[in-house]
Design a protein around this ligand. Structure first.
Ligand SMILES: NC(=O)c1ccc[n+]([C@@H]2O[C@H](COP(=O)([O-])OP(=O)(O)OC[C@H]3O[C@@H](n4cnc5c(N)ncnc54)[C@H](OP(=O)(O)O)[C@@H]3O)[C@@H](O)[C@H]2O)c1
Length: 254
């Protein structure tokens, strides 16, 4: 099996790093020569990585081809390439509709869209894919886990959900900032809060039958401090959160 990557940037580096040592049977990973520093770094770290002369060489070599260029240049790059009938292609290009991609590809290929996150480098990511495809899902399960979307609407909703990453760090930043204002060293505040949040995330990700609302109550003594904070948050914060998600959804659907 040979994987190819057109666009050797941050997310390709993360995926290739995760793939090597993942247990996936990949004999060769062919990357495009841009970006030269990242391509050279991958080739020097991993013997399976080969740098192609150009994008077409990547397409020709790949059993499974990943398209990972920025949306702004996607049309120009994709239209200039010749694909094989039934070729397996995974586009990770953000905010670029499936029908557009297929028009630019101009061949009857097996196209899957995916939203990998940088955590795939450590094989801890969760990747949304659309439409469902067992072979492509297996690749992303080897890089953490995968969620297969049945419809474009579902896929768009997970794209919206992935826009919460900045807010997660923003919440940590605001809380550590407040602790610092009260006189605690920021590093100490972070050393407490970041592992606390990590433990909470692990609890939420556990595949059990406890609903998230039940977890919230489990972690909030009636009349206690956790309940008080959530009640305060719920007054304006929940509204701000859902309004923000609605606005992102409108952008994703544009
Ligand atoms: N980063 C993420 O977490 C993430 C997650 C999911 C999806 N994505 C999507 O993945 C795509 C790539 O994102 P990224 O963060 O990896 O961006 P990036 O770091 O800018 O990588 C894109 C790469 O494409 C290269 N490139 C430019 N022109 C090219 C051409 N004509 N042919 C081949 N390669 C060319 C660039 O090389 P130069 O540096 O030489 O210009 C750059 O290294 C985007 O569509 C993004 O929306 C990213």
């Amino acid at each position: 099996m040979r994987f190819g990557f057109v666009g050797t940037g941050s997310i390709t580096e993360a995926m290739v790093t995760g793939i090597v040592g993942s247990g996936l049977e990949v004999a060769e990973i062919v990357v495009s020569p841009r970006n030269p520093e990242i391509a050279a770094r991958l080739a020097s770290r991993f013997p399976a990585v080969q740098i192609a002369m150009d994008n077409q060489e990547v397409v020709d070599a790949a059993d499974i081809l990943f398209l990972a260029v920025r949306p702004q240049i996607a049309e120009e790059v994709i239209r200039s390439l010749a694909f094989r009938k039934s070729q397996k292609i995974v586009s990770v290009i953000a905010a670029t509709d499936r029908s557009k991609l297929l028009t630019w590809i101009g061949e009857d290929v097996q196209l899957t869209q995916a939203i990998p996150l940088p955590f795939v480098a450590d094989r801890q990511g969760v990747t949304a894919i659309f439409p469902p495809n067992a072979e492509i899902a297996a690749i992303f399960f080897a890089l953490g886990s995968a969620v297969e979307c049945e419809t474009k609407d579902e896929y768009d909703l997970l794209a919206v959900a992935s826009a919460l990453m900045g807010t997660y760090f923003g919440l940590l930043d605001r809380a550590t900032g407040w602790l610092a204002e009260k006189g605690m060293a920021k590093a100490k505040a972070r050393a407490y809060l970041a592992p606390l949040f990590a433990s909470l995330a692990q609890r939420a990700a556990k595949a059990d039958q406890t609903t998230l609302d039940a977890l919230r109550r489990e972690f909030s003594t009636p009349g206690g401090l956790n309940e008080q904070v959530f009640d305060d948050f719920d007054r304006g914060g929940s509204r701000a959160l859902t309004d923000a998600l609605e606005r992102v959804l409108a952008r994703v659907k544009e």
